[in-house]
Write a protein that binds this ligand. Structure first.
Ligand code: FUB
Length: 367
């Protein structure tokens, strides 16, 4: 969510190439953005939609159809800063498709910030769930005190419109909710994000105010700050317990340390189950990896296993992993359309597990 401080060389070349072709034909529907000269061969996958900017895709299969719940990036002219203020989103659109590779439909506004009674600004990465005939949309947004909280909205349709609850989820904080349904029917929410996601402000167990460290407390040799997990109540609208730390261990069984920026948790939690193991997957933020760690319980601990997706074009990296028919897919984003950190586009590519359960690392520039 911060400035572009690291981009692979090939990505920098791509941004430059994109900047030089803004006046060409083949419009995308976004003013000033064209695709004609974008060197498509640089990327393994095209944007799923090109008429709006989208990011942070949470994909689900509901009743046999694929639904994607992304952030809806817009340019409000908010200057870029270390809090991620330039990610100033104001609504959500749900996307849908019958199959991967098929037509992607934008189903219009699913939830608008003006209809969330407690919201202040910045609607960030959402997730969704379906239980007993109701669809639930979970979302982070800053409250009127500028503190990120997690809210929930409900609908009888997977694409909304969703009606927001009058208050945020009691005991929620920070960003990036991921709601996971275990095979026994229990639901868990994984959440949190450091730096602009404010997780470090809660390191003592209560809110420390806005003036603490903007990053991960600079405690390089202490266990890294990490995501939180809490079981959801039967009504899907509240936590049934106090959130716990999602512990990620190294190969020696020790928690990853704050200085381990290539592997420690930053934001963008996603959980899925494969061969009876729990895969906790996440972004390393300032080192731009999507990583995975495996455990035998939804609460962890999880042992770090490797990189799922190497750095994409753009600062942020955020994803979901879902089985569709007999294949697994990684939904992710980059900045192919705009070349700008805060104007992203969602994509999908196949994800492959090896026979031992490890994941084949994906590079979005390598065909
Ligand atoms: O989209 C805003 C933020 O950027 C998300 O919450 C993070 O995961 C990052 O993708």
């Amino acid at each position: 969510m911060l400035k572009i401080t690291h981009l692979p060389a090939v990505a920098l070349l791509s941004v430059a190439a994109l900047a030089s072709c803004q006046n060409a034909g083949n419009k995308t529907g976004i003013p000033g953005v064209t695709r004609k000269e974008i060197p498509k061969s640089k990327f393994i996958s095209p944007p799923l939609v090109t008429h709006i900017y989208t990011a942070d895709p949470s994909a689900h299969v509901f009743n046999g159809k694929v639904y994607i719940y992304p952030s809806h990036d817009i340019d409000t002219g908010t200057p870029e800063n270390d809090n991620g203020d330039h990610f100033n989103m104001k609504d959500f659109h749900a996307l849908s498709m019958d199959s991967v590779g098929g037509e992607v439909k934008d189903n219009g506004v699913a939830l608008d910030i003006k209809n969330i009674p407690w919201a202040g600004r910045q609607l960030w990465a959402p997730d969704a769930a379906f239980e007993k005939g109701t669809y639930y949309l979970y979302f982070p947004v800053k409250d009127k005190q500028d503190i990120f909280r997690i809210g929930v909205a409900t609908s009888k349709s997977p694409v909304g419109p969703f009606k927001a609850q009058p208050k945020p989820i009691e005991g929620s904080f920070s960003i990036d909710p991921c709601v996971f349904k275990d095979t026994d029917g229990s639901y868990y929410m994984y959440f949190g994000g450091i730096w602009g996601g404010q997780l470090q402000r809660w390191a003592t167990g209560s809110y420390s105010g806005p003036n603490g460290s903007k990053t991960d407390l600079q405690k390089d040799d202490a266990p890294a700050l990490t995501a939180k997990v809490a079981k959801l109540g039967a009504n899907m609208l509240e936590f049934s317990e106090k959130p716990k730390d999602v512990i990620i261990l190294d190969e020696q069984g020790k928690p990853l340390l704050g200085k381990d920026h290539d592997r420690r948790f930053f934001e963008g939690s996603w959980m899925y189950k494969y061969n009876n193991k729990y895969y906790f997957t996440y972004s390393t933020g300032d080192t731009h990896n999507l990583c995975y760690a495996i455990g035998t319980s939804p609460y962890g601990p999880f042992t770090y296993k490797g990189v799922i997706l190497e750095p994409v074009q753009g600062w942020t990296t955020h994803h979901s992993i879902v089985q569709i028919k007999d294949k697994w897919y990684l939904f992710y984003h980059d900045t192919e359309l705009s070349g700008k950190t805060h104007l992203r586009n969602v994509k999908v590519t196949e994800l492959k597990h090896r026979p031992d359960g490890s994941i084949e690392t994906i590079n979005e520039f390598a065909k």
